[in-house]
Design a protein around this ligand. Structure first.
Ligand code: 2P0
Length: 346
């Protein structure tokens, strides 16, 4: 971070968030404005995170970007919109006087990496764009509601700007100025709450979220009904979070996940994100809850087959052993693990 050395460099990390009330569908593609509000839980950065370094220098001939070591095109509209908006903030701060502001003329290099599979329905874009928005704001030394900037990169990214429990308010303004996220409760609010991520597949998903939601909005008749239902679910789950009412939290979470996958199935052609293994996990959770006589575990699935389970700390042991019993790791996984132990890794 030294302008005299003719390079300015910032590195940040950002966490993943998993929605319990899903975002699916945009009313404005350009501004990334959703058709419904959503609610999520931000995960601990110690385990899953994006890490982004942004650099600006007069010696860079163009803007360039790398994701997990592979160069990506900077032509992406989302990246351009995000970068332009941050630069606009900087201009406004300096009263539009770009001539004296060398930094705005310098090109940027962006390097981002995730420590988990990208595009496997593990919310990698959320952490990535949240991290990019935050790093660029630091680079350009601007302040403001960064959730609106992150949103321009990827809708769900605006929820990764806060820890704990977060709501992304869909807002009502045409310019998107009130489509921002805010914290419902902090990361210290419900320390007994745990998340288990069951990686069913780390392959890239077949249909990206952006295309998927467009198809659903265009073709699903059930989607209108979903849009009517969400506001009540949002209010109820916020109340359950504040009261630490796990049963209500869990039941709304599962219902919303199933409703989201129902509108996917109702799209034409239908969109399938759940696999047979995902469905077995759903059945296992319901069987476990009914054998306990109380809802102890909730599942939720994003635009991919991987399961996210919410449960309380006291039940983690029992649930993990149940999962390991019914879904034992296969031999190849074991071999990889053993080889991994034998080969020194960085
Ligand atoms: C969510 N998903 O609320 C929902 C649930 C996937 C299923 O937000 O087009 O990558 O970049 O705004 O944010 C994934 O959508 O989509 C997503 P864009 P994004 O987490």
């Amino acid at each position: 971070d030294n302008m005299e050395d003719n390079i300015k460099c910032v590195t940040c990390t950002a966490p993943v968030n998993i929605a319990v009330i899903k975002y699916w569908g945009k009313r404005d593609e350009e501004l990334v404005l959703p058709v419904n509000s959503s609610v999520s839980v931000t995960l601990d950065q110690a385990q899953l995170r994006a890490k982004t370094t942004v650099m600006a220098s007069p010696s860079f001939p163009n803007d360039r970007m790398w994701l997990n070591g592979k160069e990506q095109s900077m032509d992406s509209k989302r990246i351009q919109n995000l970068l332009n908006e941050i630069k606009q903030w900087r201009k406004e701060k300096h009263n539009g006087d770009t001539c004296t502001d060398g930094l705005l003329m310098w090109k940027v290099h962006i390097c981002s990496e995730n420590n988990f599979p990208t595009a496997a329905g593990l919310a990698s874009s959320a952490a990535g764009y949240a991290c990019l928005a935050y790093s660029l704001a630091k680079l350009y030394n601007v302040e403001g509601d960064l959730s609106a900037i992150a949103r321009r990169g990827s809708g769900s990214a605006c929820r990764s700007m806060y820890g704990g429990f977060v709501e992304w308010d869909m807002g009502s303004q045409e310019d998107g100025s009130d489509s921002v996220s805010r914290q419902i409760a902090s990361e210290n609010h419900w320390p007994e709450l745990r998340v288990l991520l069951l990686v069913v597949s780390d392959q890239q998903k077949s249909m990206g979220s952006t295309e998927g939601m467009q198809a659903t909005l265009k073709t699903s008749q059930l989607m209108d009904r979903r849009i009517q239902c969400v506001p009540e679910s949002v209010e109820k789950i916020k109340e359950a979070i504040l009261k630490k009412d796990f049963k209500t939290f869990a039941e709304i979470t599962m219902k919303d996940s199933n409703q989201f996958h129902a509108v996917c199935l109702d799209s034409c052609p239908p969109i399938f994100y759940l696999t047979d293994v995902s469905k077995q996990i759903i059945q296992l959770v319901h069987a476990f809850n009914s054998s306990c006589g109380i809802t102890k575990v909730a599942y939720t699935f994003d635009a991919g087959p991987n399961a996210c389970l919410y449960l309380l700390e006291e039940d983690v042991g029992r649930v993990l052993s149940l999962i390991c019993h019914f879904f034992p790791p296969d031999k190849d996984d074991l071999n990889t693990f053993v080889q991994g132990l034998q080969t020194p890794s960085i």
